[in-house]
Design a protein around this ligand. Structure first.
Ligand code: GLC
Length: 744
């Protein structure tokens, strides 16, 4: 009897529970808008304001009374950063936060593969979800304007079209894990020197044609749920509360419905933060990364001071309702998302994604025969060598550390030396060759000259006996190299690497130089080195990817996402004096305007040492003559540019066919050509494929400052089909008549 009573009451309880009215804001069957409105209607003004600022270094308040959770954030674009202390920048030293370090975003950009970008986003999103993060602070899509920028390794190169196409799948697949991408740093944070205040001045054309497109694609196609404001100023206002950038462009023109988060310490004024588009304030009262302040979180600009202004009617209540709406939307999309998966870290699947991105991102810059022998030096066939000397600090350095906020604590990390040893076995010998000290933030470790000399001497002696030398050098995410918070101090390789390279090649001509970096470097020895590989920061599986390419197990297919100027003054950002780079410490003007990267090299006829889009293969590709489906088109019509590409070599390989468009109407100053399409295809030896690009009016447009909008000139254009921005295989002229009503 007793059991029946218990059973009956359980059934009854379940029945009532099932029909108990869930409050609207928690009822996942209802629309987001309804739930947001209901949540807002239940919240006090104080509770709404609390949503808008940090409660710890990497989290913001929820509404405990209503069961609305906190939002937890984490760096970074290449993997989920180790847990940080509640109140300071120290690491919490957890024992369960080791993860996969994926290759840096410059490597992803060098793959020119939207598919790999999606795989990247899906994997890193699963790791962020597993680590219970609701916002991942990446990807970074600032433009590579100068090779001196300390953070270029976190971004996707110099071309807005390439960065636009490649950031979208990363964002889309990341967010399928119920984790918000936080696309950064919006906008014009294209250097680290004076990043906290430098006031960037530039033309509307440069802003719209070069620096905004990747952010616009992230919002319009990627549907990014959050954006991080940049530290710097733009046209006089801090980017984190900037009426023009945030209210006008991001929220009004682009219809962004997510949340704008400051960079850490990027908020400087309550009224501006209230009125000029900021939604969440993080990291204030620290000078970004080094000191805590005596202020509590409730003293933040968007905390008590904002509440007071609201209560006094100094700013409209509509501002807090808009901020709270955007934050609640983010909560429903992430922490309160019922569909979010459990996630996973450091799985074999994620490791294979990391390895594949490395395989396809590594760029073969040069490959020649070291002597009159016909054979090119790469790939290194194991059966041809008995003594392979690996030289370089970067062959053993864990480059997941350093670089600033994107640094990672890894579960596994295969170094270049380990990767090469597993490929070539005990044929591999090692000499450090140079020392670069520990990854340090804020300064660099001086290496005693005696150490440098003795390491160099040891390597040169060993090189005399080696069949071939693989030198693994580059930059190393120390301060003033590829590292947040400071720009590079010189364009050349540091730590005596140039002298080491010169000494090595004197005793052994068979040198493969592998550069691990996120930036171009000066190469005074370029004509003396037969094989040069741009290796990027490759993450946990880096050593495997490198060994795959060097051994020929993988045929390299990477293409440069930025130009390598032969000397710094060949770069547009460095052609107009200090006011253009780095500025006068208060303000800077982008005087090269729209001529960034290859746009500068092409138009000013200053050849780069290695061009944007350049990358060799172990096979060869023959291009047929490109053709157009019509000689002219107008209005909203389109034409097709077709080309047949054949693998004319003996090895299977992948090629990135690139389409550039040149405006020859003469109506307005434009670069010689601009990237408007690309297609990466795999071809077996002897196989050929037809590649077709659709060209529409949008591919011809320029930003017309006279009308404050995009426009298209009528007249002659030229399509360039190439294997790089300078290796043009064929061109096709066509004309366009703009009979579209110009907006406005
Ligand atoms: C840093 C970086 C930003 C990072 C944030 C949190 O200063 O500029 O990219 O996500 O602060 O570490």
């Amino acid at each position: 009897m007793k059991n029946k009573l218990i059973l009956g009451s359980l059934v009854l309880g379940a029945f009532f529970q099932a029909n108990a009215q869930l409050p609207v804001y928690l009822d996942q069957k209802l629309s987001m808008q309804l739930r947001v409105e209901d949540a807002l209607s239940r919240m006090t003004l104080e509770e709404k304001v609390k949503l808008c600022y940090a409660q710890s270094k990497f989290s913001s308040h929820g509404v405990p009374r209503l069961g609305i959770p906190e939002i937890w954030m984490s760096d970074g674009p290449h993997g989920v950063r180790a847990e940080i202390n509640w109140n300071d920048w120290g690491y919490a030293n957890w024992t369960n936060d080791s993860i996969t370090a994926f290759p840096a975003l410059t490597c992803l950009a060098a793959t020119w593969s939207p598919e790999l970008s999606g795989a990247y986003g899906g994997a890193i999103g699963a790791e962020a979800r597993f680590r219970k993060k609701d916002i991942l602070l990446g990807p970074g899509v600032n433009i590579y304007r100068t090779p001196m920028n300390g953070r270029n390794f976190e971004y996707m190169g110099e071309d807005p079209y390439l960065a636009s196409i490649l950031c979208v799948p990363y964002i889309q697949e990341l967010q399928k894990n119920g984790v918000a991408a936080c696309v950064k740093h919006f906008a014009l944070n294209n250097q680290e020197l004076w990043r906290g205040h430098i006031d960037v001045r530039l033309s509307d054309r440069a802003l719209h044609e070069i620096y905004l497109p990747a952010f616009k694609a992230a919002v319009l196609e990627g549907e990014a749920w959050s954006i991080m404001g940049a530290y710097n100023k733009v046209r006089g206002q801090h980017a984190c509360h900037n009426d023009f950038l945030l209210n006008k462009i991001l929220k009004q023109d682009w219809g962004f419905d997510g949340v704008v988060v400051t960079d850490w310490g990027g908020c400087h004024d309550t009224y501006e933060a209230a009125m000029y588009g900021l939604d969440m304030e993080m990291g204030s009262y620290t000078n970004g990364l080094t000191t805590e302040s005596e202020f509590t979180y409730d003293d933040y600009y968007l905390a008590k001071p904002y509440l007071t202004m609201l209560q006094n009617g100094e700013v409209p209540e509509s501002t807090i309702n808009d901020k709270a709406t955007r934050i609640l939307r983010t909560l429903y999309r992430t922490a309160m998302n019922p569909e979010k998966p459990f996630g996973a870290v450091a799985t074999p699947e994620h490791y294979s994604v990391a390895e594949e991105i490395g395989n396809e991102g590594i760029v073969l810059l040069k490959n020649s025969s070291p002597s009159r022998k016909a054979e090119k030096l790469l790939p290194l066939q194991a059966d041809r060598y008995n003594n392979i000397l690996v030289v370089g600090d970067n062959a053993v350095r864990f480059l997941n550390e350093g670089g600033g906020s994107s640094e990672l604590k890894v579960k596994d990390m295969i170094s270049p030396l380990e990767g090469l040893r597993s490929m070539y076995g005990d044929k591999i010998k090692f000499a450090q060759g140079y020392a670069s000290g520990r990854p340090m933030y804020g300064n660099i470790e001086e290496i005693p000259q005696s150490v440098t000399e003795s390491l160099r001497h040891e390597a040169v002696e060993m090189a005399k006996k080696a069949d071939v030398v693989i030198m693994v050098g580059g930059l190393n995410k120390n301060h003033y190299q590829d590292c947040e918070g400071g720009d590079r101090l010189s364009y050349g390789l540091p730590f005596g690497q140039n002298e080491l390279i010169e000494e090595l090649q004197k005793v052994n001509p068979n040198i493969v130089l592998v550069l691990l970096s996120g930036n171009a470097v000066e190469m005074p020895w370029v004509n003396k080195i037969p094989a040069i590989v741009q290796g990027w920061y490759l993450g946990s599986m880096g050593g495997k990817s490198l060994a795959n390419v060097i051994s020929g197990k993988v045929n390299p297919s990477g293409k440069l996402p930025f130009s390598f100027p032969a000397k710094l003054s060949d770069c547009g950002a460095h052609a107009f004096g200090e006011i253009s780079y780095p500025g006068d410490s208060i303000m800077q003007e982008y005087k090269e305007d729209i001529l960034v990267g290859y746009r500068w090299h092409d138009t000013k006829k200053i050849p780069a040492l290695f061009s944007f889009g350049h990358g060799l293969s172990y096979t060869t590709f023959e291009y047929g003559n490109a053709s157009a489906s019509a000689k002219s088109f107008s209005g909203n019509e389109e034409i097709r540019i077709n080309v047949t590409v054949k693998n004319s070599g003996k090895t299977a390989g992948k090629e990135v066919i690139q389409l550039y468009i040149g405006d020859e109407t003469g109506k307005i100053m434009r670069p010689v050509k601009e990237l408007k399409g690309f297609d990466k295809i795999a071809l077996q030896p002897g196989e050929q494929k037809e590649v077709s690009f659709i060209v529409k009016a949008g591919d011809l447009k320029y930003y017309d400052e006279a009308i404050g909008d995009w426009n298209v000139a009528s007249g002659k254009f030229k399509a360039y089909i190439g294997s790089s921005s300078t290796d043009i295989r064929s061109t096709v002229p066509f004309t366009y008549k703009n009979d579209l009503l110009v907006k406005k």
